[in-house]
Design a protein around this ligand. Structure first.
Ligand SMILES: O=C(O)CCC(=O)C(=O)O
Ligand SMILES: [Fe+2]
Length: 334
């Protein structure tokens, strides 16, 4: 299938989907994965610690292992990560990133630059699918703040006792994720967790909280045993959707779409035998941007569902309370 309608359907039914032929060189996806893996596996710990992020400042740049902790009772994520502030360029200081392996910083820079066009294109499609001008979402969000998090999940001797990354929805607008062949990403759909099949050449799109809207739109998904929907954006508005089995993810750019699209609740499992690596590229508004439902999507039959929020306040609340599924966005419901 190759139509815009497929994209809409995927957004409504899944809220998450995988994109193939996305225009980002596969060589670069591989370089990003192998550079990340080399940092976590080969860089001596004393050197890694030189890049430690500030544990007292949420989402600070650098190497760490404790991000999403709601309280001392919380079971810790089985994960190490390296967070990079990549866009706009005024935030980018690659000197703060790992110098190991030697090409690491150049790879992250190129990866950041090449990952910028896809969310712009997807937000254009999402806007149009809601009957809005294609520039609507981009204008509502303003300049993208892009952060890249490389997550490394070591083998876990008792995977049933913990998670690699606990259940959450991403707080920004749109997340682009690549993973390796191990798998472990799951999306919550209709009361169950569904595996997202690892496709090394594909980019997983996850709609985040700021785009949530009402009926859970259809972007598209790829899922676990059986689900493999993919979109081909090579030609701009052409998509290929291969569906094998059940539906998968909910995406949402939940607030702006007044709940018409929903953000995807997701988590990462651990694996007893293999380490796993993923790279998430988050696209967020500036913290001074006010986010509210698009007035064009509010009517007597579709009343405003969320109150306006300053994006910076949303981020602070997310880090103070911890993720806990989708509790943070639910708190904005009117
Ligand atoms: O490792 C994964 O597949 C998920 C990562 C993720 O959801 C995140 O970093 O927000
Ligand atoms: Fe996430």
């Amino acid at each position: 299938m190759t139509s815009r309608a497929d994209l809409v359907r995927a957004c409504r039914e899944w809220g998450s989907f995988q994109v193939i032929n996305h225009g980002v060189p596969i060589r670069l996806l591989d370089d990003m994965r192998s550079g990340g893996r080399s940092f976590f596996e080969d860089c001596p710990m004393c050197e890694k610690l030189q890049y430690s992020c500030d544990p007292n400042s949420p989402a600070s740049e650098g190497y760490g292992s404790r991000m999403l902790v709601a309280s001392n009772d919380t079971v810790l994520d089985w994960r190490d990560y390296f967070d990079h502030h990549t866009l706009p360029l005024s935030r980018r200081n690659s000197f703060r990133w790992s110098h190991f392996p030697p090409n690491y910083r150049e790879v992250v820079e190129e990866y950041s630059d090449r990952m910028k066009a896809l969310p712009q294109k997807l937000l254009g499609f999402i806007s149009e699918s809601l009957g809005l001008p294609s520039s609507f979402m981009e204008e509502a969000i303003g300049e993208f703040y892009q952060n890249i998090t490389v997550s490394y999940y070591p083998p876990c001797p008792q995977p049933e006792l913990t998670l690699g990354l606990q259940s959450h929805s991403d707080m920004g607008v749109i997340t682009l994720l690549i993973q390796d062949e191990v798998g472990g990403l799951q999306v919550f759909k209709d009361g169950e967790w569904v595996n997202v099949n690892p496709l090394c050449d594909a980019i997983v799109v996850i709609l985040a909280d700021q785009t949530e809207s009402e009926d859970s739109p259809d972007l598209m998904a790829i899922g676990g045993d059986g689900i493999k929907n993919s979109i081909d954006v090579r030609r701009g508005i052409e998509f290929v959707l291969e569906e094998r089995g059940r539906q998968l993810t909910q995406i949402v750019d939940q607030i702006i779409t007044n709940g018409k699209y929903r953000s995807a609740q997701h988590r990462a499992l651990t694996n007893a035998n293999s380490s796993r690596l993923s790279v998430a590229t988050f696209h967020d508004p500036d913290k001074t941007v006010k986010i509210s439902p698009a007035m064009e999507l509010v009517s007597e039959t579709s009343p405003c569902r969320y109150r306006q929020v300053l994006y910076g306040d949303y981020v602070s609340s997310w880090y103070t309370k911890g993720p806990d599924g989708k509790r943070n966005i639910d708190a904005l419901l009117l």
